[in-house]
Design a protein around this ligand. Sequence first.
Ligand SMILES: CC(C)(COP(=O)(O)OP(=O)(O)OC[C@H]1O[C@@H](n2cnc3c(N)ncnc32)[C@H](O)[C@@H]1OP(=O)(O)O)[C@@H](O)C(=O)NCCC(=O)NCCS
Length: 175
Amino acid sequence: MSIVLHPLEISHSERIMQIERLSFHEKVCEDAGVYRRRIETFPQGNLGFFFNGLLIGFFCSELWRHEREYDVERFRLSHDITRFFDRDGTDLYISSFALDGSYRNELRGKQAFFLAMDHMHRTCTVESAILLVSDQWTAAREIYRQWGFTEVQRIPCCFPDAAEGIIMRARFARS
Ligand SMILES: CC(C)(COP(=O)(O)OP(=O)(O)OC[C@H]1O[C@@H](n2cnc3c(N)ncnc32)[C@H](O)[C@@H]1OP(=O)(O)O)[C@@H](O)C(=O)NCCC(=O)NCCS
């Protein structure tokens, strides 16, 4: 597999936005400024998947100080990463994950997610992970389930199409 995982850079912004628009309904698309702040704040956790040098997908994350339960406000789309980011945090919040489907023969979502999670485990002192997913995003939910995430909370009418939001949590294996 000739896929390279590398931190996103500001120069990738246009391609990130292309993939964002291909992947998400316009009402849930986040803008270039949101991605720029993620890249500036936490380059090690905002990773691109590259095929022959071309960006074909991304995995975005934040580090949070671990709390047993978070206010649902925290999961608001397009929130500024700097609001909750804690460099010493051990909870990995996955803020975005998408692939350009035209390269699915080169990289499947499951492979990409497992690669990124493995990279984060090796390079940061993360102990647990948390994310919000729409109940309509079946492939993503299945990938998270297979990685070890379980549902901890449902938020009614969380997404613009009135879809439920699901907060999922997982623990990294002790290394
Ligand atoms: C999420 C995304 C990266 C998944 O990529 P993908 O290449 O389609 O994923 P995979 O082919 O690896 O599928 C993952 C698993 O879900 C399963 N799956 C996919 N669609 C399914 C469905 N409708 N019902 C049940 N299972 C399904 C697959 O069978 C696969 O499991 P398997 O490998 O055990 O067979 C891609 O669809 C994407 O970018 N979507 C838009 C953005 C998005 O939803 N991001 C998630 C944000 S939280």
